[in-house]
Design a protein around this ligand. Structure first.
Ligand code: HEC
Length: 118
């Protein structure tokens, strides 16, 4: 099983790795981690344990293969496709996937509120 996943990953990295590395280089120097993954305390809905755990996973497990992608670079619709794939890449349990999903949704909700009030 893992060899199948490895070859899929190898294919994806081969095909898309250049883009991911480019984004990592751009993000590395000048974008702060708080911009990439806003702290839970700054989220409009506050954050329960799942949201806190989701951010932790986002900045740890989700950075094993690439740097942390800015949450707000993707819409909710894009995340609905991306997250299941990346949760599988991360070998997450359903609880861990739900935690990252809760965190991403909280960030998106906060951003949409901010846009409305501006
Ligand atoms: C096993 C390696 C691996 C892990 C772990 C991993 N990713 Fe990825 N990720 C990739 C690869 C390879 C790509 C580029 C190919 C692709 O888009 O499928 C990628 C791409 C992405 C993208 C860009 C997608 C796009 O359409 O541009 C996002 C966002 C992302 N990952 C988020 C995450 C999150 C969130 C987690 C944790 C839940 C995670 N990744 C964990 C390998 C990984």
């Amino acid at each position: 099983m893992s060899s199948v996943f490895n070859s899929i990953s190898a294919f994806l990295i081969h095909r898309w790795g250049g883009l991911a590395v480019g984004a990592a280089l751009l993000g590395g120097g000048c974008v702060s981690v708080d911009t990439i993954a806003p702290p839970v305390a700054t989220l409009s809905g506050g954050g329960g344990d799942a949201v806190v755990e989701g951010r932790r996973l986002y900045l740890t497990t989700c950075t094993k293969c690439h740097s942390a992608e800015p949450v707000l670079d993707f819409t909710a619709a894009q995340w609905a496709t991306i997250l299941p794939e990346m949760a599988e890449e991360s070998h997450f349990t359903s609880t861990q996937t739900a935690a990252v999903e809760a965190y991403i949704q909280a960030v998106l909700a906060t951003a949409s509120t901010a846009t409305e009030t501006r």
